[in-house]
Design a protein around this ligand. Sequence first.
Ligand code: PLP
Length: 425
Amino acid sequence: MNQKLKLETLAVQAGYTPENGGPRVAPIAQSTTYKYDDAQSVADLFDLKRPGFFYTRLANPTVDCFEKKIAALEGGVAAVATSSGQNANTLAIMNIARSGDHIVAISSLYGGTVSLFSNTLKKMGVEFTFVLPDAPIGELEAAIRPNTKAIFAEVLANPALIVLDIEKMAQAAHRHGLPLIVDNTFPTPFLCRPFEFGADIVTHSTTKYIDGHATSVGGIVVEKGGFDWSNGRFPEFINPDESYHGLVYTKNFPEAPYSVKLRVQWIRDIGTPMMPFNAFLSMIGVETLHVRMERHCQNALALAEFLESHPKVAWVNYPGLKSSPQHALAQKYMPRGASGVLCFGVKGGKAAGEKVMNSLKIAAIVVHVADIRTGVLHPASMTHRQLSEQELIAAGVSSDLIRVSVGIEHIDDLKADFDQALRQA
Ligand code: PLP
């Protein structure tokens, strides 16, 4: 589909074009396999000589529609959907780093990603250096080594809500021949399209705003295209892949070598594709992304302003607030709104905050974010529980921090709910 179309049109229409008389909505291809009339057709598919489907672990028609829709929304050349956001970030790294390699990452990442990097991928031999997201660029560049393979960051950090200076970070990465990989889960392509600012790979937990209704766990990795994988740092892209009959990714698939490699090596071998039913639900979800995100942003700003003026509230962090030190960066990278998540602390600290959380009637305590229903969470004892004291500080998670995922209910009801809960603290 023409990528020059507006994002709202792409959200609704991209990814699936019905044939004459075909179903209007992309159908669920709930089938593991596909039937062919002759053996050569299947051999050609295995050899990647022509596109098509042969086994759902590698590709599936419903998942394919979802991948094309998200690639169009982000403005990338290709996308690979995965079983979860965790898996998207795992494969985004493993696709370019092997044992003995190194990655520079910002420290204010989602707790699950910090744990993945500093424990599990470390055990597999990949080393990570964490730098503060607002560290001077010189400090970031000083962390780059000859064996560094990428810089990894979140566009809007969960839950510290620090806005990434994507342009600055991309320039630093490119000076060293490295791709910038960004997790764009919180902004979504409706609020920010990181490729336009120089990022090379975008990941998502599609579990969040893309699905939007808390129905489906999923992830996706999107490739911008055009990165020079033959610059000397990435031999696996230019040398024959013996596990795939000597395929050379940059030569055989010059348009999207990173995505093809991720699919035919990692999804094939590790076996973590998105399932067709989840792709179907996520696709229905993302078709209203633009409508939902507008309301999430409006409600979050209004609730942040309300909390900021509330006598029981100690502090509020929302990059859309004029008082936020993040405001200028948020205006630059997310001019349509600063997403639907805010954080605050209650006077009286953690205990008072717990009382407020327990007293809320509309907002529910949930280990989730980006749902149409408002939810609250205490990261230090929940999502970031596995982090050390030091990692919590680096991630911007104070012990009194309450994260609110502001839904799309009526704002008056949300304000009234938080007001009655705060009065009980
Ligand atoms: N990235 C971010 C920014 C997240 O917030 C999360 C989950 O909260 C993930 C990745 C992991 O995604 P999933 O829960 O779909 O595995």
